[in-house]
Design a protein. Structure first.
Lengths: 101, 495
């Protein structure tokens, strides 16, 4: 069951990620991403009938932290790499309706 | 079809976000603080910097499970964390860590008192997730972002659509607030956004033997009980009117939508349609390991489960003979309820303790804006005050006065009563003298009490008040009342 990604799927994913892509890019990415999928699909050749499904590969669970405050960053440190800031806030282009794109 | 009669039934399911009162965020050690300077409680983890790794807050997990137990849910023995992808400036990682297909609690129920009856609302699921930051929109062409709240632990509780009116939803939300504050898992303060409600509302309309259902509307982000009630009421009416207007306004035909509540106008407003199901691209978070809940962990958490508010209210009313209203007030806060029982355990009569807590101590605490347990009054002293009120050493007015003085002085209430001359005087002669004086000084009131049926009751009350005042608050009100009646009776018969 070779799956491939068509251009419509690429545009959909790009829209979800709020990325603007050109038609040329859509074509290019569709073929590149399909190749990635194809590569990963080699895994389908392994017989997993007797392997229980899992969401994690590590045999580790329950890594908890005590509810103890640790030092945060200063506001200056937090904003240090931000393109723009104002009065301790991050400043970003105005958010329009989150569904529009 | 506007004049035909129809019966309608409102159908409501609730999604509730409860902020847990942990000291730190869900996946990092930054403090959860309301109104801290912007971006002062942030670190590489909650800012979503590359390479930063989240670690679960064990307290948040235990409290979430505890709440699940209180909601009669099945607690999952195995859960994991998922990434919910969406893009918005208040979400620095571009995904929210949440639980998708394996919520930590599911299939429960919560019972609330609606009028005289009990309403059972099924709980579909409860899961943990991290909160987003805050966007401030009102600055020209820019949005300002504060990420202090990003990563704060949120418990999302989802009910089945079992709620059948705005009033039921209102009561449910209040009772849920009582529950989480009682459990001590959340402060539940609306003004701080610690509880947020999202009702899903539609209407079943029965007309000419057929049932129609309107599309489901999700009302976003309500943060007061009043808003919950008003928004649902409004929405049910709006949907019914929309169906009358156009019979095609039906579930499945017209898309579901999100609406926002405009409190100023008292209306819901369209936000966006839901024709395309949300595509959040959930997938397991590879940075976080799964949770396995062992028998031991489950039992440890179950041992933390206190008596729940509804059960405690019923028990207080039955066991201590309190009125339903007083029991409700005492159970409103767990600390108050527990204080009540400790004072009663100190040997004071429960009924008097209950009355004094509700009518005196809680009032004093409210006036000062503190919790009743923070008034600084020793519990054994509270018990003593109830005892000397119950045995008649002081009357109610005097007890109130003494309570207020106890806030600043440490002597026993009995000592204070003696020092201030508030010990109730049972002596017949003195009491009779106070009555005489009140009668002599207030001839008009005496006349009304004898001759004016309309003013009679008020006049007697007035005389009682004057006589009590004359006694310096020391008179036994019962004896005073009896002597006043006796005196009036004598005047009536002219003797
Ligand atoms: Zn942090």
């Amino acid at each position: 069951m070779a799956s491939s990604l068509d251009e419509a799927a690429v545009r959909h994913v790009a829209r979800l990620a709020r990325l603007k892509i050109t038609d040329t890019e859509a074509t290019l990415f569709a073929s590149q991403l399909s190749k990635v999928l194809e590569y990963v699909e080699q895994l389908n050749e392994v017989d997993t009938r007797n392997v229980p499904p899992t969401a994690h590969a590590l045999p580790v669970s329950n890594v908890f932290r005590e509810d103890v405050v640790r030092a945060s960053w200063t506001t200056d440190q937090a904003l240090h790499n931000a393109p723009d800031g104002h009065d301790g806030f991050f400043r970003v282009p105005k958010v329009l309706d989150q569904e529009s794109s | 079809m506007s004049d035909q009669t129809l019966t309608t039934r409102t159908i409501v399911g609730l999604e509730i976000h409860v902020q847990l009162q942990t000291k730190t965020k869900m996946f990092c050690g930054c403090p959860v603080r309301f109104e801290a300077p912007p971006n002062s409680c942030v670190c590489p983890v909650c800012l979503g910097h590359p390479g930063a790794l989240p670690v679960m807050n064990g307290q948040a997990y235990r409290w979430a499970v505890l709440t699940g137990m209180a909601l009669n849910c099945a607690i999952a023995r195995h859960t994991k964390w998922d990434r919910k992808s969406y893009f918005y400036p208040d979400l620095p990682k571009n995904y929210q860590i949440s639980q998708y297909d394996l919520p930590l609690a599911s299939d429960g129920y919560f019972e609330v008192q609606v009028g005289a009856g009990t309403k059972r609302v099924r709980i579909r699921r409860a899961h943990l997730e991290e909160d987003a930051g805050k966007n401030l929109h009102d600055t020209g062409n820019c949005t300002l972002v504060d990420l202090n709240r990003a990563g704060a632990p949120l418990l999302e509780i989802v009910t089945e659509p079992d709620i059948e009116s705005a009033e039921e939803a209102y009561v449910f939300c209040i009772e849920l607030q009582r529950l989480v504050t009682h459990l001590g898992v959340s402060e539940g303060v609306m003004q701080k956004g610690q509880m947020r409600f999202e009702p899903n509302v539609n209407v079943a309309i029965e007309s000419q033997g057929r049932e129609y259902r309107t599309p489901i509307v999700e009302i976003k982000n309500l943060n007061s009980f009043r808003a919950v009630r008003q928004a649902i009421e409004y929405e049910a009416q709006r949907q019914t009117a929309a169906w009358r207007e156009n019979a095609d306004y039906q579930l499945g035909t017209v898309p579901n939508e999100n609406r926002g509540w405009n409190a100023d106008k008292g209306v819901t407003e369209f936000q966006r349609g839901k024709e395309a199901a949300h595509d959040y691209r959930y997938f397991p978070d590879p940075d976080l390991v799964p949770v396995e809940v062992s028998d031991v962990m489950l039992e440890e958490i179950r041992a933390m489960l206190p008596e729940l508010p509804i059960a405690r209210r019923r028990r207080f009313a039955e066991q201590y003979g309190l009125s339903v209203k007083d029991a409700e007030t005492l159970v409103e806060h767990r600390a108050t309820a527990e204080l009540f029982e400790r004072v009663v355990a100190g040997g004071a009569p429960a009924e008097v303790v209950g009355k004094q807590l509700v009518n005196v101590w809680l009032k004093l605490a409210n006036d000062r804006g503190v919790a009743v347990t923070d008034l600084g009054v020793d519990e054994t002293r509270m018990a003593e005050l109830a005892k000397i009120a119950a045995d008649g050493t002081v009357n109610k007015t005097a007890a109130n006065q003494i309570a207020e003085i106890m806030l600043s002085r440490g002597e026993s209430p009995r000592q204070l009563a003696e020092e201030l001359g508030l010990v109730q005087v049972q002596d017949m002669d003195s009491t009779r003298r106070w009555v005489e004086e009140a009668f002599t000084a207030n001839e008009n009131a005496v006349r009304d009490a004898l001759q004016n049926p309309k003013k009679m009751q008020a006049a007697v009350g007035f005389l009682r008040g004057q006589a009590m005042k004359g006694s310096g608050g020391k008179a036994d009100p019962k004896l005073l009342g009896e002597l006043i009646e006796e005196r009036l009776a004598r005047l009536r018969t002219g003797s």
